[in-house]
Design a binder for this molecule. Sequence first.
Ligand SMILES: Nc1ncnc2c1ncn2[C@@H]1O[C@H](COP(=O)(O)OP(=O)(O)OP(=O)(O)O)[C@@H](O)[C@H]1O
Length: 312
Amino acid sequence: MIEIDSITKRYGDTTVVDDVSMSIAPRTITVIVGTSGSGKTTLMRMINRLVEPTSGKILIDGEPNDAIPGYELRRRIGYAIQGHGLFPHRTVAENIATVPALLGWEKSRIDAKVEELLTLFQLDPAAFGPRYPHELSGGQQQRVGVARALAAEPNILLMDEPFGALDPVIRAKAQDDLLAIQKHFGTTIVLVTHDMEEAFHLADKIAVMDKGKIVQYAAPEEMLVNPATDFVETLIGAGERPFRLLSIGTAGDAAETGTAEGEPLAAGTSQREALSALLWSGREALPVVGADGVPLGRITLAGLARRAARPQ
Ligand SMILES: Nc1ncnc2c1ncn2[C@@H]1O[C@H](COP(=O)(O)OP(=O)(O)OP(=O)(O)O)[C@@H](O)[C@H]1O
C-alpha cells in the first residue's frame, strides 16, 4: 500500500506537484498520465525519495518513507526508466545483480535470481547472462532493465516510460510480459506514460495530472464514462472511447461458447486487437485458446460491438 498524503514539491517559486493525495492499493497497476511537465516524474520519484518533497508525506505499508533507510528503500522499491539505464561495462548478469550485490546477498542466491529472471523474460541465461548491453537489441535491453528493477524482489515497482523507445510490436510484447510478471510476483506497479492506449491496456487505475494536480484518479472504465473535466475527455480522445473500452479487457474475458474457423486468438490478446483481427480476417467469429492451446470458445464481432458500447 502506498499512501500519498498532501505531497507538494516546489522548485523556487514554481510548484511542480501541488498538494497531491492518493492511495495506491497493493498488487495493482496505477498509470500516471498527463501533459508534459505536469509533474508525473516528480510525483513518482518522491515515492522512492529520489526527490525530496517540500511538504507532505508518503507512507509505504504504513511506514513514512523518510523513516526507511536508503538500502531498504532500494530493496523494497524497484525503479525502471526509459533507456533502461543499464551499466554499459557490466554484463547482463552483473547488471541484474546490482541491487542484490549491494544488499550483500550470497553469490549462489544472486546467481539463482539472475537465472530465474532471465528465464522469466525469455532470455536464455547461458546465452544472455555473459553479454554486454550493447550486444542486445533495444527490446532485450528493456527486458533486462525491468529484470534488474525486480532483482531484489521489491513489492513496489516504479516505471518511468519504460516502453517509450520500443517499436509497436516489441512494445505490445513488453506490456504483456509486464502483466504476466505483475501477476506472478503480485508487485504493486506505478507507471508513467504518454501513451493512452498503454494506460488503458495496463491500468487498474489511471491518475491524470495537469499542472501539478491530480485532476482524476479512477478505474479506466469509470474515466471513460465520467471524465472529470474537459481536459480528461480531450486526453482520452472522444473518438477513441469504444476502442479504449476494448483495450481494457482480453479476448479470454469476451470468449463465448461455441466454435469458429480461422487463426485462433490467445486469451491474453486485448479485445481491441481481437476486433482488429476479426475485421482483417473478414470473419464474424474467431476461436480463442488458452495459454496451453486449450480451446476456450470463440469471440464474435457482435459480442465485441456490445462491449464497445457506452456502459449503462
Ligand atoms: N530539479 C529540478 N529543478 C527545477 N525544476 C525541475 C526540476 N525537476 C523538474 N523540474 C520541473 O518540474 C516540472 C515537472 O517536471 P516532471 O519531470 O515531473 O514532469 P513530467 O510530467 O514527468 O514531464 P514529461 O512528461 O515531459 O516527462 C517541469 O516544469 C520541470 O521543468
